[in-house]
Design a protein around this ligand. Structure first.
Ligand code: 3H9
Length: 698
């Protein structure tokens, strides 16, 4: 029987001395149960027959195996386990060859290096991205990779999760040669070459890892300093260290620490992040007809406008940048140039493409230059009157069908849309600073926004390699509205007894890259100061005022990093707490009759996170965000929320609605105006449901 279907994912084809095994499990040929079983049966069957001189494994579709099937994680494991299967592949009496195309990741690369020879097809990228899932390679990656590449490179691959190009993979012996052609044709040729001796086979398990204690010790020390709060990275070092002994022993160490990592909430959080990133734009609003995006206009050459322009240019879209005055325009062009230079130094843009990219920028002082663009993104300062004037003007200038977008971070898109004769073309596109780096894009749907305009917002996010999240109109949309609420908690904690540094340190230990006071210093304390002044008249008189300390800091002209002082002092070296702020805090406490009390770090985190969850629940409840996972993605990609916690509402599920309600009711005894239980949370506590249930229902 020349061709034989082993099961729905695995096919054998026999051609003389050659046996081909095709893995076909769209979309990314993940190692699901049927693939594992089918491959096990195919290898066993061909060995039992004993007629083939070589077995070549290749994949149908766009890529070689992209790793274990992530959807199976967290469920009871079903045999054959991948490490056992790959040991069987390695032990095959008939040499096995793998033909890798697309991306051979995780278990896919582990399959490759368990076979006896590997051919990469041009464009191949290989990697061990398990670390991004809160895991480490668990099917021989920590054992066979160091045997081939040496310990330092193996540590880098496992800890960075980065994709390695074909050329580098060849240099590091992860593949044996690079061919061009279809996987099928390359498989036939490479198999013939194995038979003729032109392609050598070898057993990775027979190679010894060169010991490198220094690399292991240095890496362990670096991780202790920088990633103490994460589980998997430390286990990578433990597993790779075991690769200098016999393979079976090393594999046993790897299996143990992999299974331990699988049990952690960090793994669950990161896998929620992986699927959430994909699910967030997998909604009807993102599908359907779109409008062209061949030329984009950006109004405003400040940090935000320049960042947006840079992001478009980096994605190959020509940009017209508009400013009112020459100096502003020059500043914008300079910022964009610097941003592109930064992209070159970060390896995001090749040096030879930099000039061509910059050449796609057309600066202009005339709004009329926007007459033929497909999309205009307005990024001027946050004043409704100014925005209304601009949109009125755009209405008269832009071609029919052009999309008119505002990058406002909180203003009412409907009010802006209503000052044009084409409110169906108006949308909010809220970027996060620095806009060419941060991946979040809030896509704000106005009451009259046309479906194809909305879908084009998502198409733009995809083009810019951003994560587009649908938001409805309200003050601050999803992210800034939630921030406006929980940000007050940090101030209340300081008023009541904690120091800004204690708050920052506690939240950094929780996993935030920076505590809220450091973030304030970085963003500029004057921004919050202006907002508080703007909202002073409409503030609820029962609300406890949170801005006293920050106002006093700003009154000194200390706006954070840009003025050299804020909560911290920024001289050369690491920032140190601003001692004058401690005096301000004492004075404010005394003026308000507050006797300071001690907070544990745990209480700081609990209060801060509970406040975040409260407003996040309300945002879901009133439909500003479509689902809890949308809120989670906003925080992961726009607010530096620790990925291993999955997002505020994934984290909320780890606490549970009952406990959250209890906490809020306790805090409410001190401040019943601020601490109120959202109806949704109360209902979830009563029904014993979770935010994950709401994600499933949506
Ligand atoms: C591992 O291997 C552990 C082992 O060491 C040990 C085991 C014992 N499983 O990203 P896309 C889905 S851990 C299940 O949009 P692209 C994805 O959700 C694994 N599903 O495509 C999406 O579904 P939907 C290590 C997966 O072309 C669809 O496929 N490997 C998996 O932009 C298309 O995905 C990784 O971490 C999976 N492994 O990018 C690789 N991968 O259409 C993870 C994808 O319903 N994957 N899906 O939304 C990737 O990095 C990218 O998907 C890839 C393609 C680069 C492959």
């Amino acid at each position: 029987m020349p061709t034989e279907k082993i099961n729905e994912n695995i096919m054998i084809e026999r051609k003389g001395d050659i046996a081909l095994i095709c893995i076909d499990n769209p979309p990314v040929n993940a190692f699901g149960l049927a693939v594992r079983k089918g491959l096990q049966d195919a290898i066993a069957k061909l060995n039992a027959e004993g007629t083939a001189k070589v077995i070549a494994i290749y994949c149908a579709g766009r890529t070689f195996v992209a790793g274990a099937d992530i959807k199976e994680f967290g469920k009871p494991p079903q045999p054959p386990a991948l490490p056992d299967l790959l040991n069987e592949v390695e032990a095959s009496a008939i040499p096995v060859l793998s033909i890798m195309h697309g991306t051979a990741l995780g278990g896919g690369l582990e399959l490759g290096i368990a076979t006896h020879a590997r051919v990469g097809i041009e464009g191949l990228r290989v990697g061990l991205p398990e670390i991004h899932l809160g895991l480490l390679p668990g099917a021989g990656g920590t054992q066979r990779v160091p045997r081939l590449t040496g310990i330092p490179f193996a540590l880098d691959m496992c800890l960075s999760g980065r994709q390695v190009g074909a050329k580098e993979a060849l240099e590091k012996r992860l593949i044996d040669r690079i061919d061009a052609g279809t996987p099928y044709d390359v498989a036939l040729q490479a198999a013939a070459d194995v038979i003729s001796g032109d392609l050598q086979t070898r057993h990775t398990d027979q190679i010894d890892t060169t010991p490198d204690d220094k690399a292991l010790e240095d890496t362990a020390a670096m991780l202790k300093a920088k990633q103490a709060h994460l589980f998997a990275p430390h286990k990578v070092v433990e597993a790779v260290a075991a690769s200098t002994g016999p393979l079976t022993e090393g594999l046993a160490v790897e299996r143990k620490v992999f299974m331990d990592a699988m049990q952690t909430p960090q793994r669950a959080g990161m896998i929620h992040a992986f699927f959430g990133e994909r699910a967030v734009s997998n909604i009807p609003e993102a599908k359907g007809d779109t409008r062209p995006l061949d030329k984009i206009g950006v109004i405003g050459g400040g940090t935000m406008g320049s960042g947006i322009a840079t992001s478009c240019l980096l994605s190959g879209i020509p940009v017209r940048l508009i400013e009112v005055a020459v100096e502003g325009l020059e500043r914008g062009v300079n910022t964009i140039t610097k941003n592109l230079d930064g992209a070159v130094s970060r390896g995001k843009l090749s040096a030879d493409k930099r000039d061509a990219t910059l050449a796609m920028l057309e600066p202009s002082l005339e709004m009329e230059a926007l007459a033929d663009v497909d999309l205009v993104i307005e990024a001027v300062f946050e004043q409704m009157d100014v925005k209304k004037d601009i949109f009125g003007e755009l209405d008269g200038i832009c071609k029919k069908g052009a999309i008119l977008a505002s990058n406002t971070s909180y203003l009412d898109i409907n009010e802006i849309a209503d000052c044009t004769s084409r409110s169906e073309d108006v949308i909010g596109l809220h970027f996060f600073s620095p806009a060419h780096v941060m991946r979040l894009l809030e896509i704000v749907q106005g009451a009259k926004t046309a479906p194809d305009v909305l879908a084009t917002g998502f198409a733009l996010a995809k083009k810019l390699k951003k994560v587009g999240v649908l938001a409805q109109v309200c003050d601050g949309f999803i992210g800034n509205r939630i921030l406006a609420h929980y940000g007050k908690t940090a101030s209340y904690l300081v008023l009541d007894g904690a120091s800004p540094q204690q708050v920052d340190n506690a939240l950094e230990r929780f996993g935030f890259a920076m505590g809220p006071h450091k973030v304030g210093d970085l963003a500029g304390l004057d921004i919050g100061w202006m907002t508080r002044k703007r909202k002073a008249e409409t503030r609820d008189p029962n609300e406890r005022y949170a801005g006293d300390v920050a106002d006093r800091i700003c009154e000194n002209g200390w706006f954070g990093r840009k003025t050299g002082k804020g909560y911290y002092v920024y001289d050369a070296g690491a920032p140190v707490p601003n001692e004058a702020v401690a005096t301000i805090i004492d004075e404010v406490r005394a003026a308000n009759g507050i006797t300071p009390r001690q907070f544990t770090d745990e209480e700081i985190v609990d209060r801060y996170m509970t406040a975040m969850i409260v407003e996040a629940a309300r945002v879901v409840e009133d439909g500003t965000a479509k689902r809890p996972l949308d809120v989670d993605m906003v925080f992961l990609f726009g607010y530096g929320f620790p990925r291993h916690r999955g997002g505020p509402l994934h984290y909320a599920d780890t606490i549970g609605a009952v406990e959250l309600v209890k906490r809020i009711e306790t805090y409410a005894k001190e401040d019943p105006n601020y601490w109120q239980v959202p109806d949704l949370l109360r209902k979830m506590a009563a029904d014993a449901t979770s935010f994950a249930d709401l994600n499933k229902e949506a």
